[in-house]
Design a protein. Structure first.
Length: 350
């Protein structure tokens, strides 16, 4: 695997992340690999889009993130612009994107250098809107009180040819429409594959990937999807209607929303970052991006075990007399049956 230049995204509010970043720089110096800190938050200084960050860093082959899932998302948006891989080092609390313990960061980089890793691809989302996104003056400061500087609105990729304007957006988790005022819900007509599903009055509307199904969508009552599922997940938040269920659409079925005339203003957040505001009459369409996120994995993906551990899932009290459940498909030294070849299963127990 190519590793000629490395980008580093650090949660500078965590001393362990800063210490690990120093170790990464030392490792890169020893191997004569240029290493650049990117997306560094400095108050009073503007942040930049993913393409600008990638260019300023010299277009790294890979990006290492030191923090939680939020830090990982910062690195992923930059990596997606160049097709770079991302290695997430875990210093978070309830994350699903980072998996390498911080104490193993140098071992992980050694494995990358030996090409002793696997790469997992994840679907991302992009969007078109009726107009370019803008953030009205004063709103950003109100919504981001106590946080670092905001990203700029997405840049224009293609002009409107009757299908809205295409914006430079790559979302790994979700694109969220949410209310700006406590007393003004958003009112949006939601379309799937071009057909009206329903008009919602709600606190928010979430369009997520399978990766993002364990983030805001899950907190709002949405389902958990395996990250390998190619799907677009729509979840309303606190809707004033009887139908409050999540709808899971196929990857080729875009989810769109038109802001209705009596709606309050609608904030558009991309992977948790405010990127613009929509007014009544505006519309937005969300669909898979051609950009994929390439995640570095040191071993087989074990999403459902992580799900059990991260959410501290407990077994039903009624099962206590049965004891711990035995491993499944664990025949010693057995060859995998033909009908199970290609399935994601734990290895046989020796």
């Amino acid at each position: 695997m190519a590793l000629n230049r490395l980008g580093l995204v650090v949660h500078e509010g965590r001393p362990a992340a800063v210490t690990a970043a120093h170790a990464v720089h030392v490792w890169c110096d020893r191997h004569r690999i240029p290493c650049t800190d990117i997306d560094v938050w400095r108050r009073g200084m503007p942040r930049h889009g993913g393409k600008e960050e990638a260019e300023a860093a010299g277009h790294p082959d890979g990006i290492v993130t030191l923090g939680g899932d939020g830090t990982f998302l910062r690195g992923a948006r930059i990596a997606a612009k160049d097709g770079a891989w991302v290695l997430g080092i875990d210093l978070g609390r309830v994350g699903f994107l980072t998996e390498v313990p911080v104490n193993d960061v140098l071992k992980a980089l050694d494995a990358v250098l030996r090409d002793d890793v696997s790469v997992e691809e994840r679907l991302t989302l992009t969007l078109r809107t009726s107009r370019t996104l803008e953030i009205p003056e004063g709103i950003d400061a109100l919504l981001r009180y106590g946080r670092g500087p905001a990203l700029p609105p997405p840049t224009l990729l293609r002009e409107d040819t009757g299908w809205g304007v295409a914006l430079d957006v790559t979302a790994l988790n979700d694109i969220v429409l949410e209310k700006l005022a406590r007393d003004r819900q958003i009112s949006v007509a939601v379309y799937i594959a071009g057909h009206l599903l329903a008009s919602y009055s709600a606190d928010a509307a979430i369009v997520a990937t399978a990766t993002g199904s364990t983030a805001y969508s899950f907190a709002a009552g949405g389902p958990v999807l395996s990250p390998g599922v190619e799907a677009v997940v729509f979840t309303p938040v606190a809707p004033h209607m009887a139908f409050n269920r999540t709808v899971v659409a196929a990857a080729n079925e875009p989810v769109a929303a038109r802001v209705l005339p009596h709606s309050g203003q609608v904030a558009v957040s991309i992977d948790g970052e405010l990127r613009g505001v929509l007014d009544p009459g505006d519309w937005i369409g969300v669909y898979p991006s051609p950009c994929r996120i390439h995640l570095i994995r040191l071993g087989p993906a074990d999403f459902f075990q992580r799900l059990r551990n991260r959410f501290r899932l407990a077994d039903a009290p009624a099962t206590v007399p049965d004891g711990a459940a035995s491993p499944l498909f664990a025949a010693p030294n057995a060859d995998v049956p033909e009908d199970l070849v290609g399935m994601r299963l734990p290895p046989p127990v020796d």
